[in-house]
Design a protein around this ligand. Sequence first.
Ligand SMILES: O=Nc1c(NC[C@H](O)[C@H](O)[C@H](O)CO)[nH]c(=O)[nH]c1=O
Length: 188
Amino acid sequence: MSLKGPNPQHNDGSGLRVAIVHARWNATVIEPLVAGARKKLLEAGVKEENIVTQSCPGSWELPIAVQRLISASTIQSNATGAPSATDLLASSTADLSVTSTASGPFDAIIAVGVLIKGETMHFEYIAEAAVHGLMRAQLDTGIPVILGILTVLNEDQAKARAGIDGKGHNHGEDWGSAAVEMGVKRQE
Ligand SMILES: O=Nc1c(NC[C@H](O)[C@H](O)[C@H](O)CO)[nH]c(=O)[nH]c1=O
C-alpha cells in the first residue's frame, strides 16, 4: 500500500447529493480529474441525478462559486414551493452545466482546479486565496468542501496527478471518495 493517500473505506453514497464545481483553466487536466471524482461517486452509489456539475473561469472563482451554490441550494430547500434547484442554478451568472433535477442541500461539494506555477507570483496568491476561501466556505456553511486543487510546478506534475501520463494516479478519485465519506458523516 502506498504511503500516501487515506486507507480506503467503503461508504454508501446512495442517499447523498454532491456537487462538483470545477475551474476551466488547464481543461485537459481538469477533465480527467472531474471524471475520476464522478467515477468514485457513482461507484459508491451516488445517483446520477444527485450529482450537480458547475464550472467557473479559474481557481480564484472556486470559493465564490461554491458559496453561491450552497446558498442557492439551501434557500431552495428551506422555502416551501420554491423553484427547483435547476431553476435557481440556471438563474446564476456563473457558467452552469447542471446535471441534477433533484432538490435540497448538498451533502458535499468537490472543488476542482489546476494551478500551474508560471514565471510570476500569481500562482502563490491564487493558491493561497483559493485554499483559504474553500476552507472558510465549508466552516461557515457546515457543508464539507473537498479540496481538489492541484498546485503543481509544471504540466508533467499535473498530468501525473490526473493519471494521464500513463503511470500516475488520478487524484480526482480520492476526492470523490472523500466527498462520499464526508457526506455520509454530515448526515449522521
Ligand atoms: O494563472 N493561472 C491560473 C489561473 N488563473 C486565473 C484565475 O484563477 C482567475 O480566473 C482570473 O485571475 C480572473 O479572476 N487559474 C487557474 O485555475 N489555474 C491557473 O494556473
